[in-house]
Design a protein around this ligand. Sequence first.
Ligand code: HEC
Ligand code: HEC
Length: 335
Amino acid sequence: MGQARGNSYWRQAHLAGVVIAFAVPLQAGAQATIAELAWAYAISPAGPTIEEDGTLHTLPGSDRSFTRTQIRNFFGPADWYPGDHPEMPEIVAQGREPAGIWACSMCHYPNGQGRPENAGVAGLPKEYFVQQMHDLRDGLRGSAQTLKANTLLMAGFAKAMTDQEIEQAAEYFGSMSWRPWIEVVETDTVPKTRIQGGMHLKLEGAEAGMEPIGQRIVESPIDAEHTEVLRNPRSGFVAYVPVGAIAKGAALAEGGDGKTIQCSICHGENLVGLAAVPPLRGRSPSYLARQLIDMQLGSRNGLWAPLMAAVVENLTAEDMLNLSAYLASLPPDPQ
Ligand code: HEC
Ligand code: HEC
């Protein structure tokens, strides 16, 4: 039943995306294209199909058990490890059902670590967090890929939230630190994957095998069952990146001989964030690349986005890939 509802949300949001796609003219003179960064969007025609099997599932180190339907209840998803985080405000734990606001913890997890198809929200400066919610609410921040259904949902939640709920969520997620979550591996070949629900899942059985990575980052759950079915907030991701990407990204982060602007000027020494400017270390490379192209194509154009304009102006899709690989490879704690 939860499943039927989940699928119709995806379908509706996809339809909305198709309509918008025809209404928005293509940007002229863009440096990177959505098609080149298809790996970062991982758009698939349908959301996950996870059947209720009636079993109570458990996870190591948790004394709780949940059915599949409970695990992905939009208005109160499983909280496997309550000891891993402070007490959640209602908007984070349950959302607000009459207003159609899903629990933030459904997509971003109770610990705010999030998944490649959404965002890591733990450890963001409160002021930055609030500003993003306002930009989403005011239609200034959206995805350049108009088929990205969950970003449309996210903007809808921001529109429906009260200022107090936004404050509470910002306070809550900002109170936790960002933890190591993505292992970045340079490689020429990657496991073959299929796209589902905004991420890359390794193929199994007869379909499994290796293929050249090409100009892609392939970010995939370390344990597909734990991520897809159980939504285990302690089970992270691996990001395969092309050989040499990290060093090229590091050079760009220093300014790339004038191609861009040194990131640490605004994001702080070691890129741990500076006042309201967000931290960049160890975050999902798929997420980071989407932000860079969203800012270049103008679909992310909130109050503070102009500060990033000169940074992204001349970046190619390959530059965005390299920068994202580099930033993701940095351990969250610079020590
Ligand atoms: C349907 C899944 C979903 C739910 C539920 C959800 N979000 Fe999001 N959130 C997203 C997506 C998708 C993005 C943007 C990803 C992108 O732009 O590529 C996002 C982005 C964000 C960001 C921006 C992060 C950054 O670094 O700029 C914030 C803040 C945020 N969400 C807060 C919330 C809050 C607060 C709630 C609860 C009311 C919530 N989200 C519920 C999917 C979700
Ligand atoms: C002149 C200041 C400035 C410089 C230099 C700068 N940034 Fe930013 N950056 C910002 C601000 C301000 C924001 C928040 C934008 C917003 O609110 O939409 C931001 C946001 C971002 C985001 C989105 C983060 C998130 O959580 O969504 C990414 C990714 C990013 N910057 C990457 C970079 C990279 C990579 C560099 C260096 C190549 C860089 N920035 C250089 C000011 C700067």
